[in-house]
Design a protein around this ligand. Structure first.
Ligand SMILES: O=C(O)CCC(=O)C(=O)O
Length: 170
């Protein structure tokens, strides 16, 4: 079991995975899930949870990962990837949990049915969300805990007085 994120966590992004049969697709390219970022940190700051809607199998292109690549800021060579990547098979309903900085890619789906999943990236609140969720979600039906997870507490103050008012009172 890897280390958790220390302290507060928000949902930073959520995306669907639809790995089409017999076709290349975007997420089939090797990448990290903090897009275009290449650094290491001493404890995790961003964690993926991929919810498997369907079984993830070798035949339908289950996610490939490159073990320990989140500990290296350098991009791996294709040769290194070929030798060290492993494919993660999982059942529908499982969650695949990864450090967001781990290189990963969807595999080629050689079946006739799409492989589907929902990817979540949870981060420390210091990172801005991919899409501002508090401005797009109705808070009325949400608990305080749910609002916190969706980032309601952490939107950037719009003015100096907003900043001063939002600071915890000591
Ligand atoms: O298709 C997959 O299993 C990989 C999905 C992925 O890389 C992503 O959503 O960032």
């Amino acid at each position: 079991m890897g280390k958790p994120i220390l302290g507060q966590v928000i949902l930073n992004q959520q995306n669907s995975i639809i790995n089409p049969p017999q076709k290349n697709y975007n997420q089939g390219a090797w990448h990290r899930d903090l897009p275009y970022q290449h650094f290491t940190s001493s404890s995790p700051i961003a964690i993926n949870a991929i919810f498997c809607v369907d079984n993830f199998t070798k035949a339908n292109g289950a996610t490939f990962v490159l073990p320990a690549s989140h500990k290296s800021s350098k991009s791996p060579s294709l040769d290194y990837i070929k030798k060290n990547a492993i494919q993660v098979e999982a059942n529908a309903g499982d969650l695949i949990v990864l450090d967001c900085m781990l290189f990963h890619a969807g595999g080629f789906n050689s079946t006739n049915v799409a492989r589907r999943g929902v990817n979540h990236a949870y981060t420390i609140p210091f990172f801005k969300q991919q899409i501002n969720l508090p401005d797009n979600v109705d808070p009325d039906q949400l608990s305080e805990e749910e609002k916190k997870l969706l980032g309601f507490r952490y939107s950037e103050p719009k003015t100096i007085s907003d900043f001063l008012n939002k600071r915890p009172k000591i």
